[in-house]
Ligand binder design. Structure first.
Ligand code: ADP
Length: 274
């Protein structure tokens, strides 16, 4: 039998084990309008280190806008976004909160990677240069170091045989895998995948989802997957967030959301995918 002493656990260590880490991303009371169009109407959302969130919902409900905010491509009309406990749009100067300067934004942006629906590769650069450019110019790695990192990431997405090829010679699925490698090579803490398969021919969707699933399974990076691929969301996400009309309507485990949706809104939305 076990000696009794092995059952003795310090209360403080119990507490530490149950305490959640701080979120890597925290949207706090976020609103966003484009002119008269009130797109985001008050979103609070925390994403924890390593957590995989799938963001689902009807077109026009503000999912892309939420993703773009992390990349500083859109600024909220009100509310705060924290990345790694630091506000995205503000910085401190002599103890006072001031509007962030470009240097602060660059630092914050470096924690985030984003992959878009339309790849956005540089057409005049080889695959290798597309992926190694930012490590050279932003991280100031040498050409050799940057290329070594880039090749490692291209191997991960199965394209290390295409280093000298130009984007126009690649299929849509291959282009998207290069775009993923290009984001990964910067070692972000959180990656936003914004409808990355919706511009692809159906037969090319699988290879891209496969690569994302493999990266997800590595575990350490948080992910925000904006997607209409419900099967994929179910498979990869730790938590599914359903948004509509600029608000979070319902969120939970994939099981909760897909098998036992509570709101009529979500039930109606999911029917479309049956
Ligand atoms: P989703 O990703 O859920 O489809 P979006 O975030 O792309 O939704 O868009 C939400 C709404 O905001 C849409 O009505 C869209 O037309 C509008 N919108 C997005 N970006 C802009 C912009 N830069 N200027 C004006 N309207 C925009």
């Amino acid at each position: 039998t076990e000696p009794e002493s092995t059952l003795h656990i310090e209360p403080s260590s119990l507490h530490a084990a149950s305490a959640k880490p701080n979120p890597i991303v925290s949207y706090q009371s976020i609103q966003k309008s484009f002119g008269d169009l009130h797109v985001i109407k008050g979103i609070d959302l925390d994403i924890y280190p390593g957590e995989k969130i799938a963001l689902i919902g009807p077109s026009g409900s503000g999912k892309t806008t939420l993703g773009r905010m992390l990349m500083t491509l859109e600024e909220p009309t009100s509310g705060t976004i924290l990345i790694d406990d630091e506000p995205l749009w503000q910085t401190e100067l002599k103890g006072k909160r001031i509007r962030a300067n470009e240097k602060h934004l660059r630092k914050m942006r470096s924690k985030v990677g984003m992959v878009f629906q339309h790849f956005n590769l540089f057409p005049h650069m080889s695959v290798l240069n597309n992926v190694s450019m930012a490590p050279r110019s932003v991280l100031k790695l040498t050409k050799e170091e940057a290329e070594e990192q880039a090749i490692m990431m291209l191997r991960k997405v199965g394209l290390d045989q295409k280093l000298q090829v130009y984007p126009s010679q690649l299929s849509g699925g291959q282009k998207q895998r290069v775009a993923i490698a290009r984001a990964l090579v910067m070692q972000p803490k959180v990656m936003v995948f914004d409808e990355v398969t919706s511009a692809l021919d159906p037969e090319l969707v699988g290879e891209v989802l496969f690569v994302i699933k493999e990266i997800a399974d590595e575990g350490q990076m948080a992910m925000m997957l904006i997607t209409h691929e419900m099967e994929f969301a179910r498979e990869v996400a730790d938590r599914v967030v359903f948004g509509a009309d600029g608000l979070i309507v319902e969120q939970g485990t994939p099981e909760d959301i897909f098998t036992n949706p509570q709101s009529e809104r979500l039930q109606a939305f999911l029917k479309r995918f049956l």
